[in-house]
Design a protein around this ligand. Sequence first.
Ligand SMILES: C[S@@+](CC[C@H](N)C(=O)[O-])C[C@H]1O[C@@H](n2cnc3c(N)ncnc32)[C@H](O)[C@@H]1O
Length: 257
Amino acid sequence: MQNGKIFTLTGDKTGDDKINIEDLEWHYLAGDGDFRSDEITQLRFEADIIITNPPFSLFREFLAWIVAADKQFVIIGSKNVITYKETFPLIKNNKMWVGTTSFNKDMLFVPAEEFDTTQKPSTATRSVEGVVYLRSPAVWFSNLDHGRRHQPLELMTMADNLRFNKKMQGKTAYETYDNYDAIEVPFTNAIPSDYDGVMGVPISFLDKYSPEQFEIVGCSYDYGRPENWNKDIDMSVSVNGVNVYKRILVQHKKAAQ
Ligand SMILES: C[S@@+](CC[C@H](N)C(=O)[O-])C[C@H]1O[C@@H](n2cnc3c(N)ncnc32)[C@H](O)[C@@H]1O
């Protein structure tokens, strides 16, 4: 098997006053292209921005490799990585955030040639106008700023949510967790504008998160325990004895300060 290729664009090599594919130079890599190799690590040092779709199985290691060199990055990762022990502190401390991709949609990828597109549709694929794509519950992660993360969410008060928000229908109050002092907010659009305490929100909150509006104080894992919380508190969330899916713990910025 051939080694991978490295393409370099330095300028108008052909001299035709156009920068295009003809100006690319390339050569084979000396090694197998593993990002952990000296050859690729050297390229990392040269890079201003790292943009790629790393293998999900090596996501933590790849992110650590980027962060160790303090590089800007735009990479694809599974939505689940948000609450990984290694990743969550970066999100909490605003060193990494999600791009403008929606949490309510999956990413579609054009399959490699060897993929059997005649196979039956499954949850791993999606057919759009007769073309079968691979479907992945993934989003962009980056430390490049973008406008969406500075747009505050428009929110209603707690009383108005209980009266008018269809998602809160049938409830007379927000539930609180059995094990700690925070309210359960099952939908991002039901975050009350006037609650000063800690709120547990779904991870899909993160595509609406603005650091000027909210502070992320933790998540529902031991390593996500907010700094001033008692070490004995069980961090796995439940309401009336029923376990709740992973939660990000947030507080209105003005209340957290
Ligand atoms: C999710 S695919 C993305 C492929 C391509 N970048 C794209 O967007 O279509 C991840 C790629 O990483 C490669 N890969 C796996 N382990 C790697 C490693 N240790 N170092 C570098 N690349 C690796 C795989 O061969 C695969 O091509």
